[in-house]
Design a protein around this ligand. Structure first.
Ligand code: FUB
Length: 324
């Protein structure tokens, strides 16, 4: 064999190897197998965590799983971190968890029972000593049971403000409320005017509320459209206070007919060291039309220089390996 031919073969093999290795170094989408939705993502110590809804018929939604990763590529499943055996009042439809690490404990807020007025259910809170649980019922009853301001008590998000106060933002059926949590998350603290709930519903809001504080601005995000359909999506607003007013700016996440439909109900992770923002969300493969066939995916989220959010490009590749 001529030296030139040998050199070409070696170079080709090395290139193919490099390409293969590069391929391995992206998460791919979905990031873990199975039908899951409404992911709440968090970083605890040097580990990424995702807490999704188990996406199945309501009567089969009697538990929640969690997933963890050290590198965004390999994800470990933590099965049944909480279930209806641990939460006696929850019978079905355990939905959309929201995780909070406070002190030495982890609090997992969730919705249960697809509650309607006069029924038992709504938003509950469970507690554990580590992020993988097992979680126990924190108060033995729903934290928010009633329909207030037309908001179904589901899809909560817990936001820590810069003054250290914790707020619970929540709501389905097109209405969003904000209430202040007490210090040990066993109840709500009325505002100075004597009310406990303030409605903050922005135009287009359906469910799946989320908030971040960035550069002293409050970014409110939410899902629009119907979760079983292709046009489910995420929009946002920016305000100077967690109470708004929230004027809708535009969509940040939606279907891409070349990739997937029904992209919505998201959460964010911020890698502070690298200043990288990740959006974790669910979407439906192009091959599927069944409402519950939803998968958890990850992509990058970017801000413009003026603080607005660029529309997310949803991908098949996901994100690159990143150890914390
Ligand atoms: O997964 C159950 C429900 O679907 C959630 O609570 C909604 O936000 C929608 O994603």
């Amino acid at each position: 064999m001529q030296f030139k031919t040998f050199f070409t073969i070696v170079a080709t093999v090395l290139t193919l190897n490099a390409v293969a290795q590069d391929k391995q170094k992206t998460s791919g989408n979905p990031i873990f197998p199975g039908w899951y939705a409404d992911p709440d993502a968090a970083i605890f110590d040097k580990t990424y965590w995702v807490y999704p809804t188990y996406s199945a018929p309501y009567k089969q939604q009697v538990h929640l799983d969690a997933f963890s990763s050290k590198d965004l590529i390999h994800w470990d499943k933590h099965p049944s971190i909480v279930d209806t055996a641990a939460i006696k009042w929850a019978k079905r439809a355990m939905w959309a968890p929201a995780i909070v690490h406070k002190g030495k404990q982890y609090f997992l807020f969730f919705g249960a029972n697809d509650v309607h007025q006069g029924e038992i259910g709504g938003i509950g809170v469970a507690v554990a000593d580590n992020p993988a649980g097992p979680y126990k019922d924190h108060i033995g009853k729903p934290l928010i049971n009633d329909i207030v301001n037309g908001a179904q008590p589901i899809d909560q998000f817990v936001f820590k403000d810069k003054d250290g106060k914790y707020y619970i933002l929540y709501g389905g059926w097109g209405h969003a409320n904000i209430a202040q949590l007490n210090k040990d998350f066993t109840g709500l603290v009325p505002y100075a005017d004597g009310t406990t709930f303030k409605e903050i519903t922005p135009k287009g809001f359906v469910e799946g509320i989320y908030m971040i504080l960035k550069d002293n601005k409050y970014y409110l995000m939410w899902s629009e459209g119907g979760w079983t359909g292709p046009d489910y999506s995420v929009a946002y607003a920016i305000a100077d206070s967690p109470f708004g007013p929230f004027k809708r700016i535009g969509k940040i996440l939606q279907q891409d007919m070349a990739i997937a439909t029904g992209a919505g109900h998201h959460s964010l992770m911020h890698d502070k060291k690298r200043d990288i923002w990740y959006i974790v969300y669910h979407r439906r493969p192009l091959t599927e039309t069944e409402g519950n066939h939803r998968e958890v995916c990850i992509d990058r989220l970017y801000f413009n220089a003026d603080g607005t959010i660029k529309p997310v490009k949803i991908t098949k590749e996901g994100v690159t390996e990143a150890r914390l």
